[in-house]
Design a protein around this ligand. Structure first.
Ligand code: VGL
Ligand code: ZN
Length: 202
């Protein structure tokens, strides 16, 4: 068992991010056995769930003339456009059926505001609108967080960078993550995490 001031944060292991899904991450399903095992080591387990309305501003389909994986400038900065994914209430938004959910103490949904995307488990993409997760963790006395899940270079990396910025000890188990790797994003975000003091382990 890990010390009780540590939490495991499992990012977005949902059908749409696994093979066959709308925004499938290569081998996204391959991490599930390991993640399920890790849950037994932590007193506190948090799952995140990407949870978008159908008219979400990150969907290319809501920007006529633009396609998936293009970048648009939003009021809060640059935003990658994605295929429709993790639409509230759909099968694609459900956790992968092999993922254990019973051990979760908290399930945090993000990206449910039409006008703003949310990669990080802590803050939306304006980097200031909070999800409430930091308050939950601090009230529970959590000082260190370990991240696993999908995708390494988006929701995992943004979450880990925010955790470090918030003064939590942050660790990413890269072998229990898989990346999207859009235009070199995997190398870039891995380097950003390393530079921010996030512990990168296999
Ligand atoms: C994610 C792109 C869009 C992720 C979520 O979970 O990494 N990536 N929405
Ligand atoms: Zn999303």
């Amino acid at each position: 068992m890990r010390p009780d001031d540590e939490a495991l944060i499992v990012i977005d292991i949902q059908n749409d991010f696994c093979p066959g899904g709308a925004l499938a991450v290569t081998e996204g399903n391959k991490i599930i056995d390991r993640v399920n095992g890790l849950m037994d080591d932590y007193h506190t387990v948090v799952l995140t769930q990407d949870w978008h309305p159908a008219d979400h501003s990150s969907f290319a389909s809501n920007h006529p003339g633009h396609g998936p994986f293009e970048t648009l400038t939003m009021p809060y900065g640059a935003q990658t456009l994605w295929p429709d994914h993790c639409v509230q209430g759909t099968t694609g938004a459900e956790f992968h059926p092999d993922l254990r959910t019973d051990p979760a103490n908290l399930i945090i949904r993000k990206g449910f505001r039409t006008a703003i995307d949310s990669y990080s488990a802590f803050f939306e993409n304006d980097r200031s609108t909070t999800t409430g997760l930091n308050g939950y963790l601090s009230e529970r006395g959590i000082r260190a967080v370990t991240f696993v899940g999908l995708a390494t270079d988006y929701c995992v990396a943004y979450s880990a960078l925010d955790a470090a910025r918030l003064g939590l000890r942050a660790r990413v188990l890269l072998g229990a993550c898989r990346g999207i790797d859009l235009g070199g994003s995997l190398a870039r975000m891995t380097e950003e995490m390393r530079a921010a003091g996030v512990a990168l382990e296999e």
